[in-house]
Design a binder for this molecule. Structure first.
Ligand SMILES: [Fe+2]
Ligand SMILES: [Fe+2]
Length: 232
């Protein structure tokens, strides 16, 4: 019995590569269902875009005594989600697909939600939920791809690893901030983000610090009332 060859003979591979040269990275040996992979990747792309928007919003709206470090963490995550979106879009084009950047239907395509959150703790919780959704759906994508498209699988494995780090970061922040009650800006009006960039918010938070100490002491009064009083 003849031994099973490990690879299709090199002559055949070379001939096929020349025949379909206009198909770029997609060769006849590509085993996955290309249309489905592109659809899945466009959903992952939408998920990343929604994550960028949510983290950016949180970055600009973060306020409170821990705002500076938390806002910086939100910004870093926004930038990493943007990098994920770019890598996914690039892979879609390699597969001869069209990356869908349309705002129309973005939330429907996205796996995770866009939730603004009422205060700093809420924001962190919402990000943690979104990261956990991304982790589960990306793990499923990795399993679906298996050995049919190892390049896309490796890409998604890499992104999955970073989403797990993001979830861990949010979980650590939650532990650090403790239970709900971290003084933060109340639910902001839409369009207010422009007026309160993170740097200004962080400066404000530093100025407010003595008042917040007073707020801690006065356990029966709400923090916001004391802050108002102390700054009068
Ligand atoms: Fe991401
Ligand atoms: Fe993430």
């Amino acid at each position: 019995m003849a031994a099973k060859p490990f690879l299709t003979d090199i002559q055949t591979i070379r001939r096929r590569a020349r025949e379909h040269i206009e198909r770029g990275a997609v060769t006849d040996g590509y085993q996955a269902d290309r249309e489905t992979v592109i659809k899945i990747l466009n959903e992952a792309l939408a998920t990343e875009i929604v994550c960028v928007l949510r983290y950016k919003y949180h970055h600009y709206m973060a306020a409170g005594i821990h705002a500076q470090s938390v806002a910086a963490e939100f910004l870093q995550h926004a930038q990493e989600e943007q990098a994920h979106a770019d890598r996914i879009a690039e892979r879609i084009t390699q597969l001869e697909g069209t990356p869908n950047f349309s705002p129309e239907g973005l939330l429907t395509r996205s796996h995770s939600d866009y939730v603004e959150g009422e205060d700093l703790v809420d924001m962190i919780k919402e990000n943690l939920v979104a990261e956990r959704i991304a982790i589960d759906s990306y793990r499923e994508i990795v399993q679906y791809l298996g050995n049919d498209d190892p390049t896309t699988r490796r890409l998604m494995e890499d992104i999955l690893g970073q989403e797990e780090e993001h979830a861990e970061d949010m979980s650590t922040l939650l532990e650090q901030l403790g239970k709900k009650g971290e003084p933060a800006k109340s639910a902001p009006a839409r369009g207010a983000a422009k007026k309160a960039p993170a740097k200004k918010a962080a400066k404000k938070a530093v100025k407010k610090a003595p008042a917040q100490k007073a707020a801690k002491k006065a356990s029966k009064k709400t923090a916001s009332k004391v802050v108002k009083k102390a700054t009068r």
